[in-house]
Design a binder for this molecule. Structure first.
Ligand code: PXG
Length: 443
């Protein structure tokens, strides 16, 4: 007999992540099943998924190829040691994944999450600079309003004050931040990439170079489109300019594509969508459709090659996780890629992008709506905060949406939307009609 009967009424033991625990436990919002575009709530309602879970279930839910691949793999080979041993599926997956990257970005290191991909990317950047005789380059440059997960490297380069301030001095030394790219005064209600500020915002990196000297800077890490802080789309010319400045100063450029990867913008990766190639690309989430934890850091050949010297029996990179490229995650990722490919999902957002854009911008003029932005199948609606009560208006909209069978995300007073890439136009209509109804009545 179990010592305590655990029921869904016993909510105390679980300390929930990034959640208002006390508020949640008073009025829990439980999801109990999912299929296609919909969740099912504990009270039996069908909830339209406007967020792909947490920006990860790009092919929607309950996809048979993924479920079957996981079950088969767990039976055949449940786990294989990740260090000094291998198994066929992970080599197959790596070889297949690099074909999505621009030529030269042709090696991949596996992790279990976006946060681990970020720390992996930062560590590889540092170790690479050292390996090529640039050991004075110890600084990382992040960006204000950047989100790079929650590990120490990630919060250090991250640009969200609230995610850093509880952790005091435990951040990486020497990190600097360039300014974020959001310019509501000039760019509000931009459709796609905003017109203004691309070169100017990227040139902020020159300011840091002048201050700290390029010889101390190892890498710059940015999200091509900032997701968590409210879908901030890069102004025209921004990424190209950043690439040029990094090249000029020998600084590695890292794209954190944990959200933008795997079709979100309408191309397989932001790298393709924007036509700018960084030195390292970080991914997670959509790599397994969110079903099994996995992440991956892609690196350029020159970076990999810089480690491949010294005695052959020696480990080249002192980094890795017990579950780096585990068999079940590899199988899930292969099932995911099969699903994406068979259904053309990695480019489907480009077909829906203009419909989506019109739908988002149709909310302009509703009460409290001060901005709307979009790119591929991602978008944000920014609300005027209630004076003295920031975040409350958007959170009220989130609760109202859930009541009305729609799952959205909010960050600050911004509603963020990123539905599965299988969404139909009729479901886009329902999503925005629901939101319109809520925004019309929101205090
Ligand atoms: N980088 C980026 C760009 C992310 O968006 C991470 C790293 C960290 O990934 P993991 O797998 O360690 O969580 C993320 C995660 C939200 C939200 O609603 C966003 C994320 C996670 C949870 C919620 O904005 N992004």
């Amino acid at each position: 007999m179990p010592r305590t009967q655990v029921t869904t009424n016993n909510l105390e033991a679980f300390w929930m992540p990034f959640t208002a625990n006390r508020q949640f436990k008073q009025a829990p919002r439980m999801l109990v099943a999912a299929e296609g575009m919909y969740y099912r709530s504990a009270d039996g309602r069908k909830i339209l998924d406007g967020t792909s879970g947490l920006w990860c279930c790009n092919a929607g839910h309950g996809r048979p190829k993924i479920v079957e691949a996981i079950a088969r793999q767990a039976k055949e080979l449940d786990y294989a040691p990740a260090f000094q041993m291998g198994h066929p599926k992970i080599f197959e997956l790596a070889a297949r994944l690099v074909t999505y990257m621009p030529p030269g970005l042709d090696h991949v290191f596996f992790t279990n999450s976006g946060s681990e991909s970020v720390d992996t990317g930062l560590k590889i950047a540092l170790a690479y600079q050292r390996a090529i005789g640039q050991g004075t380059r110890y600084r990382m440059v992040g960006r204000e309003r950047g989100y790079h997960g929650v590990n120490f490297g990630g919060i250090s380069v991250g640009g969200i004050g609230a995610n850093r301030k509880q952790f005091g001095a435990g951040l990486l030394p020497g990190v600097m931040h360039i300014r974020h790219t959001h310019d509501a005064a000039r760019n509000a209600f931009s459709r796609g990439n905003p017109e203004h500020g691309g070169v100017e915002f990227a040139d902020d990196l020159e300011r840091l170079v002048a201050l700290a000297d390029a010889s101390t800077i190892a890498a710059v890490i940015i999200e091509p489109v900032a997701g968590s802080t409210g879908v901030l789309i890069p102004p025209k010319g921004y990424l190209e300019r950043l690439r040029a400045i990094c090249d000029k100063h020998g600084i590695l450029l890292i794209f954190d594509e944990v959200i933008t990867g795997f079709g979100r913008l309408g191309a397989p990766f932001a790298v393709d969508h924007f036509g700018v190639t960084p030195d390292i690309v970080l991914t997670a989430k959509g790599i397994t459709n969110g079903v099994i934890p996995m992440g991956a850091a892609f690196v350029k050949k020159e970076i990999y090659d810089a480690f491949m010297n010294g005695p052959e029996h020696m480990i080249e990179l002192f980094h890795g996780y017990t579950y780096s490229g585990s068999p079940v995650a590899a199988a899930a990722a292969i099932g995911t890629l099969d699903t994406y490919e068979e259904e053309g999902l990695l480019t489907r957002a480009s077909e829906l992008a203009s419909y989506w854009e019109d739908a988002i911008h149709s909310l302009k003029g509703l009460p409290h709506v001060i901005d709307a932005r979009n790119c591929g199948l991602v978008g944000a609606i920014e609300l005027e905060p209630i004076a003295g009560q920031p975040t409350k208006r958007a959170f009220t909209a989130f609760l109202a949406a859930f009541e009305k069978n729609l799952l959205i995300r909010t960050t600050g007073d911004i509603i963020a939307l990123s539905p599965p890439l299988i969404i139909q136009k009729s479901e886009i209509d329902v999503l925005f009609e629901t939101l319109r109804g809520i925004l019309k009545t929101l205090a």
